[in-house]
Design a binder for this molecule. Structure first.
Ligand code: GTP
Ligand code: MG
Length: 205
């Protein structure tokens, strides 16, 4: 899929203030600093569309970006950043869970996981939470450029094994790098195929 346009629309701290629309919406979640905002810039090929930082805790609001004037990408705050105060952590948790649990237009949530790390409790718990609540999601491994091909393969198959302890079937899994654009086509094709299915099912209504 070609990205012809990508525009920032609005930032919100509350899900009920988010734009009202009937378009497919794809959001990015994961631990702070995992590369959510960088991935949005990589997918749209706009390097400053979403704000990124080498320090965790950069994105603190729900950010809507309109793509090709017919679907949305949403950048969310990260979870699990140890250095923020307890009250700020609670606030972020409320923003994230408020969005994930109540956003009717949420078509698919991409859960980003750092490809360099062994499965982290906080991510596994978040994935479990999505399963329990029936939230449609996929997994994207990030920062693949920081690993050799062999290590990348080992880590991803270890992650799959870990998920199979909880799940009978796994959701789609992508591997990405914001540096090399690895995964860009696969992720965009996946979004395009869901958009097409949604357009077809709304025509049949
Ligand atoms: P918060 O908004 O704080 O939750 O973080 P985030 O998940 O949006 O992460 P962000 O995109 O701001 O990236 C964090 C850091 O990781 C930045 O220094 C990025 O340059 C770096 N980074 C992100 N993706 C990649 C990647 O694929 N490869 C490499 N090498 N660095 C990356
Ligand atoms: Mg961010």
């Amino acid at each position: 899929m070609d990205i012809k346009s990508a525009e920032f629309i609005i930032s919100n701290s509350e899900v009920y203030k988010c734009p009202k629309h009937n378009l497919p919406e794809y959001a990015f979640i994961g631990r702070s600093n995992v590369g959510k905002s960088s991935l949005i810039n990589m997918l749209t090929e706009k390097k400053d569309l979403a704000k990124t930082s080498s320090k965790p805790g950069k994105t603190l609001l729900i950010n809507h970006f309109l793509i090709n004037k017919n679907w949305f990408l949403v950048d969310l705050p990260g979870y699990g950043y140890a250095k923020v105060s307890k009250s700020d952590l609670t606030k972020l948790d409320k923003i994230i869970k408020g969005y994930v649990m109540n956003r009717e237009s949420l078509t698919n949530l991409f859960v980003l996981v750092d490809a360099r790390l062994e499965p982290q409790k906080i991510d596994l718990e978040f994935i479990e939470f999505l399963g329990v609540n029936g939230i449609p999601f996929s997994i994207i491994f990030t920062k693949a450029d920081k690993l050799s091909a062999g290590k990348l393969h080992t880590n991803i198959s270890a992650y799959r094994d870990k998920l199979f302890e909880q799940w009978e079937e796994l959701p789609p899994i992508f591997v990405s790098s914001a540096e090399t654009k690895m995964g860009r086509e696969d992720i965009l094709n996946y979004i395009e195929s869901i958009n097409a299915q949604m357009a077809e099912s709304s025509e049949n209504k």
